[in-house]
Design a protein around this ligand. Sequence first.
Ligand code: FAD
Length: 308
Amino acid sequence: MSAPRDWTRDLRQWAPFLRGRLTFEQPLAPFTWFRVGGPAAVFFAPADEQDLAAFLARLPAEVPVQVIGLGSNLIVRDGGVAGVVIRLGGKGFGEITVEPGSRLRAGCGVPDVKVARVAAEAGIAGLAFYRGIPGSIGGALRMNAGAHGGETTDVLIEARGVERSGAIVRFSHAEMGFGYRASQAPADVIFTEAVFAGKPGEPAAILAEMDRITAAREASQPIREKTGGSTFKNPAGHKAWQLIDRAGCRGLRRGDAQVSPLHCNFLINCGAAVASDIEQLGELVRRRVQASSGVELEWEIKRVGVEP
Ligand SMILES: Cc1cc2nc3c(=O)[nH]c(=O)nc-3n(C[C@H](O)[C@H](O)[C@H](O)COP(=O)(O)OP(=O)(O)OC[C@H]3O[C@@H](n4cnc5c(N)ncnc54)[C@H](O)[C@@H]3O)c2cc1C
């Protein structure tokens, strides 16, 4: 029987056909808010949608692909990711255009906060909630990101993406299948562009609302720490942070990983934590909450990669 083809060796020959950046054994920790995790066997930052589509079409179908955004809801495990990791860092994913009818078109590499700001300056109300979410538009579509009374589902008109086969696909709002911190769009789709609609508003009033959001965040969340945002989804009828607090987990530590004393649905890396410290602390919290309240917490943070 012949040995399986070394697809990473094949990929090294592709550079002339790609306009994006292709690297090997790329450390991923710097691309995550927690600053933990192992490398990607292959890492590709496509230049634009065409570059991404061409790459995926060429890539053997059996090679697993994982897209990451700004890594603000993500734990990369310490053994890293065995397949290809894609990150939309290229300029082709960074455009924002204001369109008639209080609409805004944004590439999926754009940070949410920039969408909030451009919308405010253009007098488009309804997107200010993105001010407080430190992810990218791609991550917002996958997670139905939301805060302060607004969610992605409230403002998204349509999205574009690339399937694992390399085919470019469009999704209407209904086809995105939004739910609580989730989208039912096929898991292999890498979103590339989104169109949002708000309502006409006064820029000064929207900017003031954004300032209020910033102040509220500063007071209630460890936004200057190495963290991953809300760790667990709020179970029906409960607030995850209250269950965690009642289970006595506020400030709980495992190595350099800690349940934030400020907001106990946030885990933080106090300095030298590794991914397994953070994940095992999360699992410990789940067990304690289950024991004290009978409620099973579900991870909101996405965990990717393997143990070493
Ligand atoms: C301090 C802090 C505060 C936060 N507050 C909030 C909040 O108030 N509300 C809220 O909803 N979230 C919050 N979060 C969580 C996080 O910011 C959101 O979930 C955000 O949408 C994740 O976007 P990201 O680009 O960082 O995605 P990542 O964390 O990199 O990835 C998250 C998921 O999205 C997928 N993904 C990323 N890009 C794409 C793409 N282009 N196409 C398809 N899938 C993609 C990834 O595969 C992964 O499954 C907070 C996080 C932090 C650190």
